[in-house]
Design a protein around this ligand. Structure first.
Ligand code: HSE
Length: 317
């Protein structure tokens, strides 16, 4: 059982929790994401005889996820983490899904982040949290696409800008005091791969100019804690219009959020969850109810969470 890399081991079994994440934040396609409170996945990693990673129990997925480690995002992230750490041991992973699949809450990223973190702890933490991002991106790539805007905040917490994946370059951004999210998830599965397939391969220069201006202003708003500016920055000329028709009630949800007092609202990740930036927890509760009402009108059941915009990332539990 001793690993080739001879890393120090702290325990024979480690459990980690990684949070849900809201990627894109409207117009920051593949480059912005933040961690949420409350929701997330748990992974227990334990040493077993031999070498390699295998899946143990998987719960909360309705039997939908692959049981083969090389095809499961938790398993892929664990394999890539051990490879990066240069450690050869035997590991079994138990995955407890707290997040619905295909919900736009970074479900696959949460599993990957929890697995990578747990496995790294199991072998004595040879890697830093930031070193776990690329192993988790490998997992994301296998199921949806090569993007880090879910895995980076799931690992690091808070609000993260992914300047580049290859080579990796991520920037933690400040979060304005009190900024709160209302996130509403309809009971409706939308695979990220499908939501990426509808995106245009080329964009008009005018759309590029509009999105560049709004994204730059949004980052400025985060630094300046300027909520009025933030409220003007979410219009997205490229990705949101292409995806809106995939989500029943999408535009009604956004309109309802704004009417209920939200600063701004858009699709969470690749959807179908929708989010709104709000000034306070109280406002976010009212906004979530209004957004949920729009999903009800579209014939969908839904659930909601209210979360600070500045929440911790993966941790041991
Ligand atoms: N940036 C990714 C996308 C996030 O929008 O496809 C997927 O959760």
């Amino acid at each position: 059982m001793e690993g080739q890399g001879r890393a120090r081991r702290d325990a024979a079994e480690v459990t980690a929790f990684a949070p849900a994440t809201v990627a894109n934040l409207g117009l920051g396609f593949d480059v912005l994401g933040l961690a949420l409170a409350g929701l997330g996945d748990r992974v227990t990693a334990r040493l077993v005889p031999g070498t390699g990673v295998r899946m143990g129990s998987i719960t909360g997925d309705g039997g939908a996820l692959p049981t083969e480690a090389a095809r499961n995002t938790a398993g892929i992230a664990a394999i890539a983490t051990l490879r990066r750490a240069g450690v050869q041991i035997g590991v079994e992973l138990d995955l407890a899904k707290g997040l619905p699949l295909g919900s736009g809450l970074g479900s696959s990223a949460s599993s990957a982040a929890a697995a990578a973190f747990a496995v790294n702890l199991l072998v004595g933490s040879p890697l830093r949290k930031a070193d776990l991002i690329l192993p988790c991106v490998e997992a994301e790539e296998a199921v949806s696409g090569r993007h880090a805007d879910n895995v980076a905040p799931a690992l690091l917490g808070g609000l993260v800008l992914v300047r580049s994946v290859d080579p990796l370059d991520v920037v933690r951004l400040p979060v304005p005091e009190g900024l709160t999210l209302a996130v509403v998830t309809p009971v409706f599965e939308l695979a990220t791969r499908k939501a990426r397939a509808v995106l245009p391969k080329e964009v008009p220069l005018s759309s590029h100019v509009s999105n560049t201006a709004n994204l730059a202003a949004l980052v400025a708003a985060f630094y300046a804690e300027d909520l009025a500016l933030l409220a003007r920055c979410l219009p997205d000329a490229i990705v949101t219009p292409a995806r809106a028709s995939l989500i029943p009630g999408c535009m009604d949800v956004i309109d309802s959020a704004l009417e209920a007092g939200a600063l701004a609202s858009s699709i969470s990740g690749s959807g179908p969850s929708m989010f709104a930036f709000c000034r306070s927890q109280r406002s976010a509760r009212e906004v979530a109810a209004a957004m949920g009402g729009a999903f009800t009108r579209a014939g969908l059941e839904w659930s909601s969470v209210v979360s600070s915009a500045d929440c911790p990332g993966v941790r041991r539990v």
